[in-house]
Design a protein around this ligand. Sequence first.
Ligand SMILES: NC(=O)c1ccc[n+]([C@@H]2O[C@H](COP(=O)([O-])OP(=O)(O)OC[C@H]3O[C@@H](n4cnc5c(N)ncnc54)[C@H](OP(=O)(O)O)[C@@H]3O)[C@@H](O)[C@H]2O)c1
Length: 275
Amino acid sequence: MIKIGFIGYGSMGSMIINRLLSKKALNEDQIIISTRTKSKLGSLKKEYPQIEITDNNQYLSSKCEKIFLFVGTSTVKEVIEDIMVNISGESHIIYIAAALTIENVESIFKGKITKFIPSLTSEVAEGISLICHNEKVTKNEAEFVNNLFNSISTVKIIEEDDFEIGSDLTSCSPAFIAKIFMEFAKKGAKNSNISRKEAEDMVIKTFYGTAKLLHDENMSFEELISRVATKGGITEEGVKVLDKSLPPIFDELFKTTQIKYEIIKEELNKEYNTN
Ligand SMILES: NC(=O)c1ccc[n+]([C@@H]2O[C@H](COP(=O)([O-])OP(=O)(O)OC[C@H]3O[C@@H](n4cnc5c(N)ncnc54)[C@H](OP(=O)(O)O)[C@@H]3O)[C@@H](O)[C@H]2O)c1
């Protein structure tokens, strides 16, 4: 039986594999997981005894055609080079490092490649997974990957050139959103008798309700704002402050993350001998 292989069981790998199994998107006897510290797979193996676990990437690659790489960006090259002995034209490598280009990976593996950017929100089967396949990936193979990640998120297929801003919007953004609302709650607590914990709870529940209104009721941002910020009211004054302060903040945020992407991409291009 040809199995599906996952290499790397860290923060992202463990989250994705556990969600895929709990959603029954994959059967436990279908998969092999390889990770550097095999003992970290102990509790998963207890829960799913039919999963095969190893710390030998070459062994995994000898049993699999679809190989998901969930190792850190700087480890992808050494892992692919290590498993090259077993991979063929039928092999399909799926990786999750945003700054690593498909061209980088193609410089060492000329076959089927998918770049996939997960989001921590898949932990609750929400959010967006960004996906881009190279031209060697067939329609069926692309569908397999897209369906897999549709079970734990909404899959969005985008051009590789848009992955950086796209990743900011979907994969980095849970941290950006948490930071924005943490500061909002902090200042609310500071200017009242409400404790920080209570303020955070108030903000989280309101944020959850706001997301539901926008999503479930298909309400636009503009409509929601106009329904709360009545003309001449208090909310309108607060919105004016945000109107003035937020655009330059987000300009700077995107500029800064782009600079960081460029630095990492330059290092990766040197490592992979690509431009
Ligand atoms: N965090 C996010 O929200 C997010 C979102 C999208 C994409 N990503 C990308 O996801 C990738 C992984 O990030 P992460 O946060 O999950 O990293 P991580 O927690 O460091 O996990 C990496 C895993 O790979 C294992 N590993 C390292 N070298 C290995 C090897 N040679 N063979 C097999 N396994 C090996 C590590 O083993 P040990 O347990 O022994 O260390 C660890 O389990 C990164 O490229 C990151 O940019 C992250």
